[in-house]
Design a protein around this ligand. Sequence first.
Ligand SMILES: Cc1cc2nc3c(=O)[nH]c(=O)nc-3n(C[C@H](O)[C@H](O)[C@H](O)COP(=O)(O)O)c2cc1C
Length: 188
Amino acid sequence: MDDAKRPCVVLGVTGSIAAFRAADLASAMVQKGWEVHAVLTADGERFLPALTLAALTHRAVHTSLWEEGKGGRMGHLDLARLADVVLVAPASADCLAKSAHGLAGDVLGAVLLATESPVVMVPAMNTQMWKHAATQANVKLLSQRGVIWVGPSEGRLACGAEGPGRMAPVLEIVAQIEKTLRQKKGKK
Ligand SMILES: Cc1cc2nc3c(=O)[nH]c(=O)nc-3n(C[C@H](O)[C@H](O)[C@H](O)COP(=O)(O)O)c2cc1C
């Protein structure tokens, strides 16, 4: 399929224990025929090697603001423009806080600040972290700015606790991206 006609999803992966599930997610989106550009935070890379995402998306993974853009261009701004949707899955508590306050100290933060496209966040964290007033205030602020949420789901978490905080299932995330892409196309 011609890249120019394919929907483009920028997939941000952050430092959550659920990051390994982003591999399945990336693969499912590539199988849909979408162009998937992965961005890994430094702590995301502790959980999921860039190589895995690169192999699944058939492209280099963006891990640093300081990587050289094509022909001297600024890579993060190109990604922000290219994205039909910016998807952050899993989105850590830290990522929600940084995004709510407009921090742009890494590629993902800069893309989130520079994009004019819809942003879909898939939180994944410990239940207490999710329920914390600080996180909920960040969620509220981001919702007011139009962020779309998938999950978190409830159930047993990696830390052994039960409750909300699990990363939503891949199928649910892909369904939301399809919906967001349809809505965006309808608006053009
Ligand atoms: C083993 C381990 C598991 C973690 N799992 C999560 C998680 O599921 N969700 C979360 O919000 N933070 C989690 N953290 C904390 C984040 O990695 C930490 O806040 C980090 O700074 C996030 O950075 P990032 O948002 O730039 O990727 C975990 C930390 C460790 C050491």
